[in-house]
Write a protein that binds this ligand. Structure first.
Ligand code: COA
Length: 416
């Protein structure tokens, strides 16, 4: 069966993580993604954080599977000519250069539209167009700080903290992929392309929506009852960092399990959801709390929440995180073990579902990568290895009508 995006041709002018994560997703779903890279060096992540000398780094291979690679110096006249031909026959161009780089290369939106009125040009930038920081170059943690994630993460007595999850990079790429698919859908109706842009700041902010909710609640009532600062601590006029408190109105915390003294991940996340209170009391051996007015409502519990967590930790001290979850799941209590990357890499369920997959690479051999988190009933997403630098240059040039002599000449002049 053909893949859903088969027939969609994408010029992948992306690098590092935000853009490549977007185009990789589209490639998994069947688009022909041609990664355009500078001759000789390519995407900087090919050589960043290498674990095997002279082989593409995992940073690159894990963000560029299912693509083809074309080397092209788009600042040379020949390179520009090749890119123009590609634009004429492609559907989408995705880029995440620093501000203004595409224009400086000569490929303004006006020019691209002239070459192909159906073209969708999708961009990632650090800040949105017209923003007072629009000239800034931006990386992951910069975006997490600018988008509200850092000021609201970490502990109240520590500094702003960034997340290990790529909220600035891959998250922005996922937003952009939604934008591209939306523009393609629109083009099916109008025949016209358009510009689609996502800023990293906006994409982070979109995930910090509940914190903007909290700012407005704080402005109105002066406190946030689900934060550890309530009722004993102090609130200022800005949303505080809440440590590991749950953001959705259910108090929760990361609790120590057996072995926490030596294992940095011997913890579970435990949520005290209102309706789960009786089963929680039963599970942890405190049935007397079920009908005790000092504990029956969430409000009554709030000023003792850390004493309650301490009691649960006492119950957990002779149980591993997996044993604890196995007991708590029988009581329908929302919880999970804190899993390390090593445990995730070897998780049989993630392997079976294709969420972690082993892929072959021409230079590296086998490596693990994260497969599609989106599952379809009519398609199994197959992940293939990332391309070597320029692996598909000649075949792409041939498909654009260049003769073998012209291709040899382009290699000699280092245009490709
Ligand atoms: N041929 C010729 N020139 C090329 C080329 C190619 N195939 N590919 C890139 N270049 C040129 C660009 O035209 C640009 O030239 P110019 O600045 O002289 O006009 C130059 O390479 C550098 O591009 P730039 O994207 O600015 O790279 P950088 O290494 O200085 O900055 C980032 C890297 C990521 C900070 C920057 O690209 C950025 O802010 N991007 C937007 C936000 C983003 O995606 N951040 C990264 C998230 S992972």
């Amino acid at each position: 069966m053909s893949k859903p995006l088969e027939g969609i041709k994408i010029i992948d002018f992306t690098h590092v993580q935000a853009g490549p994560a977007c185009t990789q997703l589209l490639a998994w779903f069947g688009a022909d993604v041609i990664k355009v890279e500078r001759p000789g060096s390519g995407d900087v992540t090919r050589s960043q954080l290498r674990d095997i000398s002279n082989a593409d780094a995992l940073y690159f291979t894990m963000l560029n599977s299912n693509k083809r690679s074309l080397t092209l110096d788009t600042k040379t006249p020949q390179g520009k000519e090749v890119l123009e031909k590609l634009i004429k026959e492609s559907d989408v161009m995705v880029e995440n250069f620093g501000p203004g780089a595409l224009d400086r290369m000569g490929f303004t939106w006006e020019r691209i539209k002239e070459l192909n009125p159906g073209m969708i040009v999708a961009s990632v930038k650090g800040f949105s167009e017209g923003h007072h920081y629009e000239d800034l170059k931006v990386y992951e943690n910069v975006a997490q700080c600018a988008g509200g994630a850092a000021s609201t993460s970490g502990f109240w007595d520590g500094p702003p903290t960034v997340s290990g999850a790529a909220l600035g990079d891959s998250n922005t790429g996922m937003h952009l992929a939604i934008g591209i698919l939306t523009a393609l859908h629109q083009r099916n109706k109008t025949g016209k392309g358009q510009k689609v842009a996502v800023s990293m700041q906006d994409a982070v902010l979109n995930l910090c929506r509940v914190k903007l909710r909290d700012q407005q609640r704080l402005d109105r009532v002066g406190y946030l009852e689900e934060y550890p600062q309530y009722p004993h601590g102090k609130f200022t006029d800005v949303v505080p960092r809440g440590g590991n408190a749950g953001g959705g109105g259910q108090p929760g915390w990361v609790l120590k399990c057996k072995g926490w003294e030596t294992d940095p991940n011997a913890y579970i996340y435990f949520t005290i959801q209102g309706h789960a209170w009786p089963p929680i009391c039963k599970a942890i051996g405190k049935p007397e709390w079920i009908n005790d007015p000092a504990y029956t409502t969430a409000q009554a519990r709030q000023d003792k929440i850390f004493d309650i967590f301490a009691t649960i930790e006492d119950w957990l001290k002779d149980k591993t995180k997996f044993e604890a979850v196995d007991i708590l799941r029988k009581f329908d209590i929302p919880c999970a073990p804190v899993l390390s990357m090593k445990e995730l890499a070897n998780d049989p369920s993630l392997r079976a579902s294709g969420s972690i997959v082993e892929v072959d690479h021409k230079e590296r051999g086998k490596y693990l990568t994260v497969g599609s988190p989106i599952k379809f009933s009519d398609m199994t997403v197959e992940i293939t290895g990332s391309p070597l630098l320029g692996e598909h240059t000649d075949e792409v040039l041939e498909s654009l009508g260049y003769t073998p002599e012209q291709i040899t000449e382009m290699h000699a002049s280092r245009a490709v």
